[in-house]
Design a protein around this ligand. Structure first.
Ligand SMILES: Cc1cc2nc3c(=O)[nH]c(=O)nc-3n(C[C@H](O)[C@H](O)[C@H](O)COP(=O)(O)OP(=O)(O)OC[C@H]3O[C@@H](n4cnc5c(N)ncnc54)[C@H](O)[C@@H]3O)c2cc1C
Length: 455
């Protein structure tokens, strides 16, 4: 139960429509795409950095946990108010502060949606490369806090590579400015990259200076169909080993293809067991060269066909809908986003098949193959406890396999609460201790998103 003086403090900081305390209203802020539910005791909608600062200070004064929240599309439970307290929604801070084409910069508040950034930038001939499939629904604040990425990360990188600076309120309640407005700058420690990916545990981001990239002159699509997963995995490594960088390189296994085939009859051939969706971008002459080079290395003994496709919008829409679609067949799916070096993908995919058979747990794997980032989905029936137990054992071995292949537990979704039990397998103790020390410097009273990230 929140102390009465804390509640009246909230009322004095916020506008009359910017505070929810009725449990029914608060319920809408109690879950994200992890599908776990932990309601906050109050929800505050900040309108500017000064309000954020006052809210953080109030939480420090009364020892109330504060969980920052964008639009709750995260899949790792990062925005869940696990310990109750205050959910701080940034969704009403949605001003585009500046669009500055000569400097290739856009400054935005954290509640601006990723798609709004793309649409605004497009009008000036630019785009912002981080392109999660959730772009129409997720916020820039959430993108920074998770260092989100998408299909184009293979060529352009993730959120960390496309932010010049940010403003934030630390857990102590201080307003800080990290980074700069220019594309070069080495003054002090790189707090921008530290706060990006920190999942709301160090500071609440209140403004971001985004680095824009020019829109490519042209884009072209290719698909490659394989008889088996091994030959497809070898083709991924071959594509990445040659100099023409694809702007997207997505992989779909047979279970994912079946799902698409079920919803879109006739879209994909029946004999394809694994598939690559490839995109190249650049000037028209560059495109021709890239297409030719990539098609050449796609060819191996398992290839059924590889071809240029003129219109693959429907296929991309089907690919982007895969994650929610999987919930239709397995509402309790365990959804991971592990990464391995691209050269180890054949071993990973073979190992995932073996683990699926060993534990008798169906899986569907797809994702950003050019980064070695595969969404591993263990499809579990929630009403079958024995199956759930087998899935947990399978997941444990999936993580062991990933780490043995020099991989990492999460490429883009983050740790949140879902993966924190496994973090100590990847980070050694001195490294984790240093991270916890950093947390204490930013947030000495452990107010911001307490309990997240670490086991
Ligand atoms: C269908 C679907 C597809 C997806 N595809 C992708 C994908 O391709 N790539 C990808 O990377 N992700 C993907 N995601 C995951 C998710 O959309 C991203 O992680 C997104 O960046 C989260 O944004 P959000 O506004 O919903 O943040 P939330 O889910 O609200 O929050 C995520 C984390 O950020 C913190 N946070 C939010 N705002 C702030 C702030 N202003 N300051 C400090 N911390 C903050 C929260 O505390 C939490 O820890 C997908 C999700 C769905 C449902």
């Amino acid at each position: 139960m929140l102390p009465a003086p804390f509640l009246s403090g909230l009322q004095s900081v916020l506008g009359p429509d910017d505070l929810l305390t009725d449990p029914v209203d608060c319920y809408a802020y109690s879950y994200d795409n992890s599908r776990r539910i932990t309601p906050p005791e109050a929800v505050a909608f900040a309108r500017d950095a000064s309000q954020v600062q006052q809210l953080v200070r109030l939480c420090n004064q009364y020892g109330v946990p504060l969980t920052p929240r964008g639009r709750g599309t995260g899949t790792a439970g990062g925005s869940l108010p696990e310990r109750g307290g205050l959910a701080l929604s940034l969704e009403r801070m949605r001003r585009v502060v500046a669009v500055d084409p000569p400097n290739r910069v856009m400054v935005v508040e954290p509640g601006v949606l990723n798609q709004e950034v793309q649409d605004t930038a497009k009008g000036h001939g630019f785009f912002w490369p981080p392109d999660p499939s959730s772009a129409p629904y997720c916020t820039v604040g959430g993108n920074l806090a998770t260092s989100a990425g998408g299909p184009h990360a293979v060529k352009y990188g993730t959120t960390r590579d496309h932010v010049l600076g940010l403003k934030a309120v630390t857990g102590k309640g201080e307003i800080i400015r990290a980074g700069c407005y220019t594309t070069k700058g080495v003054v002090g420690y790189d707090l921008t990259r530290l706060i990006i990916g920190s999942e709301g545990t160090l500071a609440v981001i209140t403004e971001a200076t985004l680095k824009l990239s020019p829109l490519p002159q042209a884009v072209s699509g290719l698909t490659a169909h394989y008889r088996d997963i091994g030959s497809c995995a070898r083709a991924i490594a071959a594509i990445m080993a040659q100099p023409e960088a694809p702007s997207a390189l997505e992989f779909l296994d047979n279970a994912s293809l079946d799902l698409i085939r079920g919803r879109n009859p006739g879209m994909l051939p029946e004999d394809t067991r694994a598939m690559l969706m490839i995109e190249v971008d650049g000037s028209p002459p560059e495109l021709a060269g890239a297409r030719e080079a990539i098609l050449a290395v796609c060819r191996n003994d398992g290839l059924i066909k590889a071809e240029a496709v003129t219109d693959n919008k429907a296929l991309w829409a089907a690919r982007k809908a895969l994650s929610p679609l999987l919930r239709d067949i397995a509402p309790k799916k365990i959804n991971e986003d592990i990464v391995v070096p691209v050269s180890r993908l054949p071993e990973l995919l073979e190992g995932l098949g073996a683990l699926s058979r060993k534990h008798r747990v169906a899986n569907a794997n797809f994702g950003h193959a050019g980064n070695g980032n595969i969404h591993v989905n263990l499809l579990v029936d929630p009403d079958d406890p024995a199956q759930l137990e087998r899935a947990e054992a399978c997941l444990d071995e999936v993580f062991s396999l990933v780490l043995a292949l020099q991989g990492t537990l999460s490429g883009e979704h983050g740790i949140g609460s879902e993966k924190r039990a496994f973090v100590a397998r990847e980070l050694d103790q001195p490294t984790m201790d240093l991270m916890k020390d950093i947390k204490r410097v930013f947030d000495p009273n452990n107010i911001l998103n307490p309990g997240k990230l670490f086991p």
